[in-house]
Design a protein around this ligand. Structure first.
Ligand code: ATP
Ligand code: MG
Length: 211
């Protein structure tokens, strides 16, 4: 026997589900609003995109494109593969982004440590100027992690330049195996994990996707 004045029809069950959904969403919104209100600090950020999966440099360049879209002044230091025909460079230079590119186009095949060190140092010197210049809103240091790992650029110098940069400037470092000191120093660190990559099944690197 049904005692309720509202029989439990499927319409009624659906209304209850909608109510529960609404209540859950209201709770989520209240929590997010509270966190947004709590985050009051305004400062330039230090971000690191590291890990073995594909998407680190494209993420860094995506952030530069985002900042350029807001009319901000941006710079890019490119360590490794500097002489490659880089799609992002072709586009972003047209939008006033300054590029400091490593002269040798260092790859894993290079055997000349002295020449590589000199090339890295020259690019790093240009990057340091950008990191000291308050006109730059965002500076991307693409593949800088390797320069630190291989000792082409001193970790202490990188830490100093990043900590001393203008307060409103953001800096993004990309590359695998970011040094733990840099990770500790950063405000935001993302690790891109490799699930699979086309190259592992023999597919060639592709223009527009890989560079
Ligand atoms: P992208 O520039 O595409 O964002 P990335 O910066 O994350 O890649 P890097 O380690 O800088 O990756 O390597 C750059 C090149 O190596 C790209 O052509 C990319 O597709 C390729 N690559 C990245 N990750 C892998 C992987 N796990 N296996 C094989 N090739 C990879
Ligand atoms: Mg990269």
């Amino acid at each position: 026997m049904t005692t309720s004045s509202q029989p439990d029809t499927s319409q009624n069950a659906s209304a209850q589900k909608d109510e529960r959904y609404k209540a859950r969403q209201q709770k989520v919104k209240a929590e997010i609003d509270a966190r947004v209100d709590a985050a009051q600090e305004e400062k330039g950020l230090f971000l690191i995109i590291t890990g073995n999966g594909k998407g680190k440099s494209t993420s860094g360049f995506g952030t530069i494109a985002r900042a350029v879209g807001h009319g901000q002044t941006c710079g890019v230091g490119q360590f490794i593969k500097g002489t490659w025909d880089c799609g992002e460079r072709a586009l972003l230079e047209q939008h006033g982004v300054h590029f400091a590119v490593m002269a040798t186009g260092f790859t894993w095949e290079t055997q000349n440590k002295a020449a590589d060190t000199q090339a890295a140092q020259e690019t790093w010197a240009e990057c340091k100027k950008m990191l000291a210049d308050a006109r730059y809103d965002v500076v991307l240091l693409d593949e800088l992690t390797y320069m630190v790992t291989y000792g082409y650029v001193e970790l202490d110098e990188v830490v100093e330049a990043i900590t001393q940069r203008p307060a409103s400037q953001s800096v993004i470092v990309t590359g695998r195996g970011a040094h733990r000191t840099l990770i500790e120093l950063a405000d935001t660190v993302s690790e891109v994990r490799n699930v699979k990559h086309a190259f592992e099944s023999g597919v060639k690197a592709r223009k527009g996707i890989d560079w």
